[in-house]
Design a protein around this ligand. Structure first.
Ligand code: G4P
Length: 534
């Protein structure tokens, strides 16, 4: 029997033991280090340092990856599965840079919880705040890890206050740090009445854990220096008086976050956090879909694509669609219906991502992430089922904030350019618009850096030098309405009309005034900045 805060007897045990989550943090807070320790304790890697080492071996492969490294951003996201105790963890990597917010948003639709990592000296930073807000939109449960406690950090109450105030969420301490900076010796585990003592001499050694009976247990004196004991007792007493106690239901509803203090690099506090994810984190949750929700316990298999990554291996022009299993028990070789095209698809070589190695997935349960190699049939937002016409909802596509025209350096290569652009559009890396006038394409992205990334990828993966130029347009809006109304609108506004990569009609402009005018003059038409991907 699993020791968990939730109890949904309808879930098959294989599903109930799954925890699918992402880590959200500001760059440099320690996400990579924490991920590495997760994998280490999950038995997915043998030695700390492997994730980074592999990452570097991969990065040296190309200039583009070099750019990624120079800028300290992680562009290639993936999913990793590993066991911890009786649990199966599926960790979905979120791209860290703010330029990739749309991708990140979609990644967060594939998880049931998030681990928020903050730096004990810096508190809540801008990127954490943004990502937190995305989690909030979906009421995702959040567990917090306050990292780098081995260094000078802020006062514990101050950190907790800052989270409560900036993020408007109740914070309950799961552990309490003993001493700060150089004097930091470990934590008092408030949930299990244990002292966890950090070993500074050996970064890979797991903390010594000493069971005690409350803070008055004389055993404390053997382990904690006298000058820290009184402070610890006082602070914990205050914390218990002033801060809310752990309410597992409030955690599951996303109103409360438990916080663990630790030091990922010193392997400290990580296992307690992992135990917390198992115990207080949610099992696979229902997924919103039309015309009905998909429930994890359903016998029939269903899943949806939340990410597409092309050219993971530059030698093969394959694409991998990352699929979040939403229900049932999937077995390799199953035939599923691709709901958008109504065509059957035999899923014969799905992959599970164990650390950074791919492995064939013989089976998968609701909650798991599998990769399906394909030649472009699978797009973001697609649903796979055993026949029922369900469509996952809530995977939006945002209107790009920056638009540029694009040309191939060699005009004879225009067709190749189109192919490359379509591929990146399907990956969700850019929006590609084909204006109904003139030739060429308009490409839209969310952050300026993406133009550079695109240009290097097109050159690297397709051998095509390209130039991005200023476009006469600055905004794009999707056009919605009855067919007749849309046709009339399109005919009267040809100089502004384009089709996106799915063939949907888009209105391009450089003036908010134009958008206001359309809304006033065409009451049957709506212009929107988001589109559901399906
Ligand atoms: P990120 O993925 O969130 O960007 O952070 P990452 O894990 O790469 O960590 C950022 C830096 O913080 C790294 O140092 C890492 O070693 C350090 N770090 C992570 N956890 C802790 C901790 O608990 N305590 C301390 N003191 N430092 C920590 P770096 O110098 O950038 O890289 P490296 O040379 O150490 O690899």
């Amino acid at each position: 029997m699993l020791d968990t805060a939730t109890n949904r007897p309808e879930l098959p045990p294989e599903i109930a033991r799954r925890r699918t989550f992402a880590i959200i943090s500001h760059p440099d807070a320690g996400k990579t280090t924490l991920t590495e320790k997760f994998l280490l304790y999950g038995g997915a890697i043998q030695m700390a340092g492997q994730v980074r080492a592999k990452g570097e071996a991969r990065r040296t492969r190309s200039d583009f990856m070099q750019m990624e490294k120079d800028r300290g951003i992680s562009v290639s996201a993936s999913a990793m599965s590993f066991d911890f105790g009786e649990f199966r963890f599926n960790l979905v990597d979120t791209p860290g840079h703010s330029d990739f917010s749309e991708d990140t948003y979609r990644t967060l639709t594939a998880v049931d919880a998030a681990v928020m990592v903050i730096d004990g000296a810096k508190g809540v930073e801008s990127q954490t705040q943004k990502l937190f807000e995305v989690c909030r939109l979906r009421d995702l449960p959040i567990l917090t890890f306050c990292n780098k406690m081995d260094r000078e950090s802020r006062d514990t109450f101050e950190i907790i206050d800052e989270i409560q105030e900036n993020l408007a969420i109740d914070v309950t301490p799961a552990s309490w740090p003993i001493g700060v900076g150089r004097d930091f010796i470990g934590c008092y585990d408030l949930l299990n009445d244990r002292l966890e003592l950090m070993d500074r001499a050996d970064r890979n050694k797991v903390a010594e854990s000493i069971s005690i009976e409350g803070l008055d247990d004389p055993k404390i004196e053997e382990h904690v220096p006298a000058e820290l004991i009184d402070q610890l007792r006082e602070e914990v007493e205050m914390a218990r008086e002033l801060l809310p106690a752990l309410d597992p239901q409030a955690v599951l509803e996303g109103h409360m976050t438990p916080i663990w203090f630790g030091s990922a690099i010193n392997s400290f506090g990580v296992q307690e956090l992992m135990q917390g994810i198992g115990k207080y984190g949610p099992e696979p949750q229902p997924q919103s879909a039309q015309p009905r929700e998909m429930m994890p316990e359903e016998k029939k298999v269903a899943g949806f694509v939340f990410k597409v990554q092309a050219n993971m291996d530059p030698k093969h022009r394959d694409r991998v669609a990352f699929v979040r299993m939403a229900s049932g028990h999937f077995k390799r070789g199953m035939k599923l219906t691709h709901v958008r095209t109504k065509k059957p698809m035999a899923i014969s070589n799905p992959v599970l991502f164990l650390a950074s190695d791919r492995e064939l997935a013989e089976e998968a349960w609701a909650g798991d992430i599998i990769g399906i190699p394909n030649h472009g049939q699978l797009r973001i937002g697609d649903t796979l089922t055993e026949g029922e016409a369900l469509r996952v909802t809530g995977i939006p596509s945002f209107a790009p904030e920056l638009l540029q025209g694009v040309r191939a350096g060699d005009p004879l290569k225009a067709k190749h350019l189109e192919k490359a652009l379509m591929q990146f559009a399907e990956e969700g890396a850019a929006k590609v618009f084909k204006p109904s006038f003139g030739s060429g394409f308009v490409v839209g992205v969310v952050g300026a850096l993406q133009f550079e990334v695109l240009a290097s990828r097109i050159e690297l993966e397709y051998g095509l030098p390209v130039r991005f130029d200023q476009s006469q347009f600055t905004s794009a809006r999707w056009v919605h309405g009855e067919k007749d109304a849309v046709d009339k609108f399109v005919n009267a506004n040809k100089q502004h009309i384009a089709l996106d990569n799915d063939g949907d009609v888009v209105y391009l402009t450089r003036l908010q005034w134009d958008i206001d005018r359309v809304e006033r003059d065409y009451p049957d038409i709506t212009l929107s900045a988001t589109k559901e991907m399906m």
